[in-house]
Design a protein around this ligand. Structure first.
Ligand SMILES: C[S@@+](CC[C@H](N)C(=O)[O-])C[C@H]1O[C@@H](n2cnc3c(N)ncnc32)[C@H](O)[C@@H]1O
Length: 345
């Protein structure tokens, strides 16, 4: 048994296939909903207020079978995926355990802090409607990192979720970084892209979830990487000023409130050496979508367990980057939306 991308047993594989196929099958139903809305109203004239927009569309689609079906599919999917993935994990645990034990040692380091005051916006919040939240299972790092991501999300998310991380890692302006910080490193997928792109760099990760960090730690050990992993908030890392030459993140921002986003950017600025680079990437900005696109994204976030999506997707991240001191700021791309900036030399 390999640590990463495991072979599941037949039952787990079939259940995960069903979940993935349901994600694929939801796409044409969603298109049908969109065309029904367009038949009934001019999407450009929808209300600016997002709650009013949602209420108007809900009323218009009250008798729509496509709308009801889409809602049911999404709800069942959100309610079921943690249970199905955890069951698939438990089926392979006997063979996996020796691999988990073996990869608990190696070149990486992991500093967990049982006394860390976890922020209210994170603690007890079931992001993505994950049962119990990011720390909801003893092996949630494995369940999320290897099973949910690789056996489900990767199959219905457009563009290749791992290729996207690799693309973002390669978008940093230089190719010779030596000290990289990954903020919100979770189970280590973007950290892996950074390690592959900058093999000579010392890579550090900060993350609030102990369970996610444990899987990142095992991933690093399995690959011979000497990552330094810390259970610390991205907005208050405790590292010295000028500790890094690249500070990066991949889809952290939509999971934190808007005021914390600014603190995270300010912390990135503090942590960079003069001339150092920041690259933060996240979900599509509402400003880059039409009114119907915003409605869909907003509704998906509301029912999909994304409490800060609306407020962060409404931010101008380039403006925040400039406000905290970055220069040469750029913000491009629909998904992911990538914000870059340099600390003045
Ligand atoms: C969507 S995941 C990030 C995924 C990861 N970067 C990857 O490439 O797979 C967001 C992560 O950010 C973490 N997180 C949320 N708020 C945080 C904070 N203030 N500081 C550090 N990590 C945080 C969450 O626990 C979660 O693991």
């Amino acid at each position: 048994m390999e640590l990463q991308d495991p072979n599941l047993r037949q039952r787990g594989r079939a259940s995960l296939d069903f979940l993935a196929q349901m994600g694929v099958a939801a796409a044409p139903v969603s298109q049908k909903v969109t065309s029904e809305i367009s038949d009934q109203m001019d999407p450009d004239k929808l209300p600016d207020d997002l709650d009013e927009r949602d209420a108007l569309i809900n009323a218009a689609l009250a008798d729509s079978r496509a709308f009801a079906t889409h809602r049911l599919m999404g709800d069942w999917h959100s309610r079921s995926y943690t249970r199905i993935s955890t069951e698939a994990f438990e089926e392979i645990l006997p063979e996996l355990q020796p691999v988990l034990d073996k990869t608990s040692n190696g070149p990486a380091s992991l500093e967990l802090d049982p006394d860390l005051p976890l922020p209210d916006y994170w603690d007890g919040v079931h992001f993505h409607r994950t049962d119990g939240g990011w720390d909801g299972h003893e092996h949630m790092g494995y369940v999320h990192g290897e099973i949910i991501h690789k056996k489900m999300v990767a199959r219905f998310f457009p563009g290749g979720i791992f290729q996207q991380r690799q693309n973002v890692a390669e978008m940093a302006p230089r190719d010779n970084y030596k000290r990289i910080l990954d903020m919100g490193c979770s189970s280590g997928h973007f950290t892996t892209a950074l390690a592959n792109t900058y093999p000579d760099a010392q890579i550090t990760g900060v993350e609030l979830s102990a369970r996610m960090l444990e899987h990142a730690f095992r991933t690093a050990n399995a690959n011979g990487w000497n990552w330094k992993l810390y259970q610390r908030p991205a907005e208050d890392t405790g590292f010295d000023d000028a500790s890094f030459d690249l500070v990066a993140s991949y889809i952290l921002i939509h999971e934190i409130p808007a005021d914390v986003v600014e603190k995270v950017f300010a912390e990135a600025f503090r942590l960079l050496e003069p001339g150092g680079d920041m690259i933060m990437s996240d979900a599509t900005r509402y400003a880059d979508l039409d009114k119907l696109g915003v409605w869909k994204a907003d509704r998906g976030a509301k029912y999909g367990g994304e409490p800060f999506w609306r407020e962060t997707a409404s931010l101008d991240l380039a403006e925040i980057a400039r406000k905290v001191g970055f220069e040469d700021v750029s913000a491009d791309g629909i998904y992911p939306h990538v914000v870059k900036g340099r600390k003045p030399a």
